[in-house]
Design a protein. Sequence first.
Length: 249
Amino acid sequence: MTRLTILAAAALAAAVAASPAAAATLKKVPPALNPAKAYVVVEYKLLANPYSKFPGSRKTMPLTGGLAFGRYDPALRDIRGRGKAVANPLPAGQLPTEGFRNKPIVKGDDTRLFLIEVDPGTWVVQGFGNTSFSLGSYTLELAPGTVTDLGVVSAEPDWAEGQRPPKVGDVFKMALAGPFAKSPDVAPMRVTFRPREAGDITLPAGWVANNARPVSFGNGATFGNYLGGLVNRIEGVNASRKAEAMTPN
């Protein structure tokens, strides 16, 4: 190994060591609540597989993307340390965004339950999958030693007028056309939350169930698109337009 390689490896190791650590990925419920942390519990409804009629295909899509949460400054109206809120950086060792990590603590037939441990403060639902909700999203206040239940979240593509997901026949045509195939329409995601009810996954007994309280969302949070994908409002720009068009004058 050359001296240059050794120096480069040392620099990389130092950079990794200095990088903030992501929130704990909880694959099971810890034995006790950490009073210095805040906890979020959320249940995902799996998306239906539009190609489930193919032989051997599953009924639901695998959960490969989900919610991303950002540290939010409601006065400066941006993700802390970024854009308009660059003057309000996070303490050393904390991240501005907690991305989705697929480590459920309970699996249902078509749902997944997650428990997330984060630093207390004001957070925003920053995005879902390939979409940033920078045009308008929900905030939540997370106090130390608390468990906030977001209930059940459902996600779906927010298709614009005249756009649609590719059908089975379209998939075959694209496969035959290869690199000459027309690119399929792509829609940003939108999400909805509802309170937990009978038939949903029961929260784990012990300190999670004893401390969990329903979320109280704040509305209208906007911020820069730092996730690098598509942008939308959390309820869906296109869905809102369709709803307005169907409302009688």
